[in-house]
Design a protein around this ligand. Sequence first.
Ligand code: IPE
Ligand code: IPE
Ligand code: MG
Length: 246
Amino acid sequence: MPDPNPRPVPPSLDRSRVPRHVAIVMDGNGRWAQRRGLARTEGHAAGEAALLDVTYGALSAGLSTLTVYAFSTENWRRPVDEVRYLMNFNRGLLRRRQHELHAEGVRITFSGRRDWRVPKGVLRQMDEAQELTRRNRRLTLNIAFNYGGRAEIVDAVARLVADQVPASKVDERAIHARLYHPELSDPDLVVRTSGEYRLSNFLLWELAYAEMVFTEVLWPDFRREDLFDAIVEFQRRERRFGAVDS
Ligand code: IPE
Ligand code: IPE
Ligand code: MG
């Protein structure tokens, strides 16, 4: 199915200066549901439409990569019923959407730990979506699932040790090469929804020089126009990377 509701990229967005990689903390599902007198899980369900719409927005704006935070290494602390719901929901979302995303040229990848806590069926579905879409090049949709920024750095350091890298050869490149997706550029822009102003262990290494945009919009209400607004805001920023302007 092609974009079910195509809308144009606004002229205020400079098409020649779009960020290559945008990362999003998809937050506020529970509050969205509670405000409607619904169970928190209904908020997660409503987040699916937001993710699809934003992915179409990323395609039309011409991003290379969209990384979305779907489940953190700390989210296991939630009630078992909510965790179980999120596992099933994410598997279902992939099953429902992988062919549509594949048809659009989206490559689906994952960042996170494949540990014993993730049900086998979920891992199988993740592998299927990744395999199906691995040759696509229009957009990489990288789903951070059972992801923690500290865990990613720990895993990279463990690999350094396993690779017997001597201390004199440990540098940023050596660590970067052992992150979950060294082939992806660092996010230029990170967006967090729902009026929370923190990273919550998201991409700690990769966000070192990302521009940050925060919005009050709750994730289930977020649409491509909100992504476009964030990109326009990004384009107003001056990135210096520690240098001074010439
Ligand atoms: C984000 O929404 C989704 C996940 C963390 C899985 P929340 O479930 O955190 O919603 P709030 O922040 O409680 O409203
Ligand atoms: C971050 O949101 C994780 C995801 C969006 C998947 P949380 O809702 O878990 O973060 P905290 O607990 O408010 O920091
Ligand atoms: Mg939250």
